[in-house]
Design a protein around this ligand. Sequence first.
Ligand code: FRU
Length: 500
Amino acid sequence: MMKRISRLLVGCLMISASMSAQTLYHEVYRPQIHFSPQANWMNDPNGMVYYQGTWHLFFQYYPGAMHWGPMHWGHATSKDLVHWQQQPVALYPDSLGFIFSGSAVVDPHNTSGFGKAGQVPLVAIFTQHDTSAAKALTHTFQNQSIAYSLDSGRTWIKYADNPVLKNPGIDDFRDPKVMWYAPGKEWIMTLAAHDRVLFYASPDLKNWEKAGEFDATRGAHGGVWECPDLFLLDDHGKSVWVLVVNINPGGPNGGSATQYFTGTFNGHSFTPSDTLVKWLDFGPDEYAGVTWSGAGDKRIMLGWMSNWVYANQVPTSPWRSANTLPRLLSLQHINGISYVCSMPIKALDTLVTATNTIGSIKDSQYKLAGDIPAPYMLHIHTNRLASFSLTCSNDQGEKVVIGFDKQTNRYYLNRAQSGNTGFSPAFGGTFYAPRIATSPSTDIYVYADASSFELFADGGLTVMTGLVFPQKPYNHLAVSQDGNKVIQSLTLSKLKSIWE
Ligand code: FRU
């Protein structure tokens, strides 16, 4: 009898396992070219580090529900930054608090002493958020802790003397991003502290001294500064420092967004090269964007594809939130100002299954033949600056319009009638981004997934990310242009799912 019951149980388990294998990653709205967790809540990408051929992605994760809660570090790995395997949870909350955002570094010279017998440790540096101390209004409830891995990031051991950096009395004191600063032969931590960025220095990742701060008068200040990043970008052989500061709210289209500064850094202070407010992504749905460490000169950024205004309400299940596409960063100069450009990484080209190029378009309206469901990538080239747009729609009359408006010199993404927009009054509407490029030709790349669009214009000078939740997938594609032959070429590349 017992045997029969247990066999029945195993049978049931097998059925549910095979059912979930069939449905997992095929759910309505499930991103097909972006990482999302199998189930439950995710926010910021954390601790992104490249080590021995593997790209590690950790992320703010609540494995208990589809809304924000006690934060863990989830973990996923990839060999190409395109295909991902979700791994067991890397860090669990403990008596010091939830595990908030942070970074991870390879410690090749074992400055931390965590490596034994020649082992190279990976060290994670993160904020611990103590909820009871927060409730008691202590002002010291966010502190920085570390953990190390001696098995290439698979498992993590928390340091016994955590926290390694205690809060001096600042409510928002979090999201440490650590890098090796070669000129000073020391580690530098860039930390968000409410309306400014603080720099700390350490010889061993365990002892930290304040080195300087980036003053609170620069940049956008419509909200709290979070998730900073500091790194060098190559500028034709000479290097430029980039300081990324995420901000919530106060983004250019409302809610959370990623701003940045270009300038110089001397181990203590960062001096911006201009007074402009600059954004890595103008769309409503890129946040907490930071870059991978351990990848040499290559700077690859990943953002969380959502917005705190409605992140907890978006109508997906059994998971909530995905990341943006990984983006390779580079510099461009326009009228003497340095701008950081972001373009999708080349490895995404391996997903292309078919390409259809349509030459110059004569009529002001043109509909592409056949059913064109996401995921796909569309490339539009024009060498004449006139207004044009792309409409993705379905038979329900739902649509997303992405385009360029010559009169205001802006790109836009209109999702007012994109489908399910009712979960937040801030979701529907049109979102704008300035055209920064001054050249008369424009190239735009649009990556469409089941529930998102990403627009990369002018070599990544202007980028916009937006979520969408149509009742039925958009399957029609049409373009319109203000004149004839504005669009000189249009290339549609169908993409296959990364979960296949
Ligand atoms: C940014 C953020 C971080 C914090 C984390 C908590 O989205 O608020 O500042 O560490 O999320 O989940």
